[in-house]
Design a protein around this ligand. Structure first.
Ligand code: LFR
Length: 478
C-alpha cells in the first residue's frame, strides 16, 4: 500500500521542530528533520516571541524534510500577530507569560461577570487568554493600526501560503468561541469592544489552507504544488489526537512545558462547579471537547534548571528519586508560578508559607516539583471524572514528560490508576495523522488511535505505594 510523507511543524515554548511522518494503512513513523530553539526575548516593552527566527526555522526544516505530500502546523495557543492593511506584521507577538494582563481580568468581569463568561465560552480563567490580552492592548497604537489578527500557527501558514484563516481548535483558546455552537461568541466580543472582524474566517482540521507560495518553494527546494493542510493547530489538540487509547474510559495528560490533564468529551461542561474548579472546555477534533485543567508542568523544573546553570537532567532525576517522597508539595496549578525567574526561591517560599520543610538541594527541589505535579495530575483526573460524570480506568500520558519515568510512576501512584506513557512526540504525530486522514490514508479518530497503539512504543506503569500518603499530601494543600 502507498506510504505518504507529511511534514509536521510543531512549535513549543522552548523549541520548534519540523518532523516528517511517513504514514501508510498499517505503518506510522516519525523522524526529526530539524529542531531549533525558541528563545523569547525581553525587550523594554516586555516579553516577546522572536517569530521571524521561528519562521526561519520552519523554512530550514522544510528544506531538511525534503519533498512531502503536505504540511501541517501546530503551536502553543492564545498568542497572535497583528497585521496592517498591507499584510505586514506589526511588531513581535507578545508572549503569554508577559505581565501586561495583570489586573485586566477584574476589569473584564466588571463588564461581563466571570460566571457569564464561563457559561458563554466554557474557558478556564487564565490571565493569558487572548480575550484578556486584547483588552490589555485596547488602547495600543498597534491594535489601532491592525487590520488582521492571526494566531501563531495561522500567521506561519499565511507566510507560507499567502492565505488567511483562523483554525478552530486554537481559536477556542481565545475565550471568544462558544463551545456549543463552535462559532464566535458575538455577544461577549461586542460587550468587551473586541472587533471580531480582525479574525479571518474559521477553518477546521482537514480544511485546505492553501499551497506553498512560489518563493517558499524556491527557498526550500520543494517542488510544487505542496498543500498546507489545516490540522488541530493548537498543539494540545494535536497531542490529544495522538493519545493511543483503545477505549472510551481514559483520561489524558499532555506533558511538556505544561501538563494539560483531563478528558475527551462530546459536549462541554459549563456548570458552576466546573468553573469553580477552573476546568476548560477547549475544542478538539471531530466535534469533541477537550475538558482539562492547565497545570504548570515541567516549566517548574525547566526554570529551576535554568537557574542552576543547566546541570545534567539524568543526575538530577536520580537524586530526586532518592529523596524522601512527599516531604513538601506546592500547588502546581497556581498561576503564581506563571512568570519566569527565581523559581527555586518561589518554590521554597510556597513550602515555607504552607508550613512544610523547605527543599534545599537541587535533588530535593526536583523531588518537590515531581511530587507536586503528580499530585496536581491526581486532582485534575479525579475532579474531571466527577465534574463530567465520566469515569476512567486508565491515564494516558503523552508528550515530552513521558521521557521522565519518575514522573510517570508518581502519576500512576498518585492517581491510583495504570498509566500508559507515550508517544513523546504526540503533537507532531497528531498533526501528521490529521493530514494523513485528510488525504485518505487513515479513517476516523478511533482508527487513528488503533494505528498509534500498534505502531508506537508505549510503557505501562502500575500504581504502587501508599494511597493514604497522597490523600494526606492533598489535604496539606487544601
Ligand atoms: C501547551 C499550550 C497549552 C496552553 C499553553 C499556552 O503547549 O498550548 O495548551 O494553555 O500552551 O498557550
Amino acid at each position: 500500500t502507498a506510504v505518504k510523507s507529511y511534514a509536521a511543524v510543531d512549535l513549543g515554548a522552548s523549541s520548534g521542530r519540523v518532523m516528517v511522518g511517513r504514514a501508510g494503512r498499517d505503518s506510522l513513523e516519525l523522524v526529526e528533520a530539524h529542531r531549533f530553539p525558541n528563545r523569547p526575548v525581553r525587550t523594554p516593552e516586555g516579553l516577546r516571541w522572536d517569530v521571524l527566527s521561528l519562521y526561519a526555522g520552519v523554512l530550514d526544516g522544510l528544506k531538511a524534510a525534503g519533498q512531502v505530500d503536505s504540511v501541517g502546523i501546530d503551536s502553543w495557543a492564545v498568542d497572535y500577530g497583528l497585521l496592517d492593511a498591507d499584510g505586514a506584521l506589526l511588531g513581535n507577538p507578545v508572549h503569554y507569560r508577559d505581565t501586561r494582563t495583570e489586573g485586566v481580568a477584574e476589569k473584564v468581569w466588571a463588564t461581563v461577570p466571570a460566571a457569564e463568561l464561563y457559561a458563554a465560552t466554557g474557558l478556564q480563567y487564565a490571565p493569558f487568554n487572548t480575550l484578556y490580552q486584547l483588552v490589555a492592548a485596547r488602547s495600543s497604537a498597534q491594535l489601532a493600526h491592525a487590520e488582521r489578527l492571526l494566531l501563531i500557527p495561522d500567521l506561519l501558514s499565511y507566510w507560507l501560503t499567502g492565505e488567511f484563516g483562523t483554525e478552530l481548535t486554537n481559536a477556542s483558546t481565545t475565550q471568544l468561541i462558544d463551545p456549543g455552537t463552535r462559532d464566535w461568541s458575538y455577544d461577549v466580543a461586542q460587550r468587551l469592544g473586541i472587533d471580531l472582524k480582525l479574525f479571518a474566517p474559521l477553518r477546521r482540521p482537514g480544511d485546505p489552507a492553501g499551497l506553498l507560495q512560489q518563493r517558499v518553494l524556491e527557498e526550500t527546494g520543494l517542488t510544487g504544488p505542496v498543500p498546507v493542510t489545516t490540522v488541530g493547530s493548537h498543539d494540545t489538540a494535536s497531542a490529544m489526537a495522538a493519545v493511543p487509547a483503545t477505549g472510551e474510559r481514559f483520561a489524558y495528560i499532555c506533558t511538556g512545558t505544561w501538563s494539560l490533564a483531563g478528558l475527551e468529551l462530546d459536549a462541554p461542561v459549563l456548570t458552576e462547579a466546573s468553573r469553580a474548579a477552573n476546568f476548560t472546555n477547549e475544542l478538539g477534533l471531530d466535534d469533541t471537547v477537550r475538558y482539562l485543567r492547565n497545570i504548570m508542568g515541567l516549566w517548574l523544573l525547566q526554570e529551576c534548571v535554568r537557574e542552576w546553570g543547566n546541570p545534567d537532567l539524568g543526575e538530577l532525576l536520580r537524586a530526586a528519586a532518592g529523596v524522601l517522597a512527599l516531604r513538601s508539595v506546592v500547588d502546581a496549578g497556581d498561576s503564581a508560578f506563571l512568570a519566569p525567574g527565581r523559581m527555586p526561591e518561589r518554590i521554597a517560599e510556597a513550602c515555607r508559607k504552607s508550613g512544610q520543610p523547605v527543599p534545599e538541594t537541587p535533588g530535593e527541589v526536583t523531588r518537590c516539583i515531581l511530587d507536586s505535579l503528580a499530585l496536581a495530575h491526581r486532582r485534575a483526573v479525579a475532579e474531571a471524572q466527577s465534574l463530567a460524570d465520566h469515569p476512567v480506568d486508565v491515564v494516558h500520558i503523552v508528550g515530552g514528560g513521558t521521557r521522565n519515568a519518575l514522573l510517570c510512576q508518581l502519576t500512576a501512584d498518585a492517581c491510583g490508576l495504570p498509566v500508559v506513557a507515550g508517544p513523546a512526540e504526540a503533537a507532531a504525530l497528531g498533526n501528521v495523522l490529521v493530514q494523513a486522514r485528510t488525504h485518505g490514508l487513515v479513517g476516523d479518530r478511533a482508527s487513528m488511535r488503533r494505528l498509534l497503539a500498534r505502531t508506537q512504543p508505549l510503557v505501562r506503569y502500575e500504581p504502587q505505594g501508599d494511597a493514604a500518603a497522597w490523600r494526606a499530601a492533598e489535604a496539606r494543600l487544601a
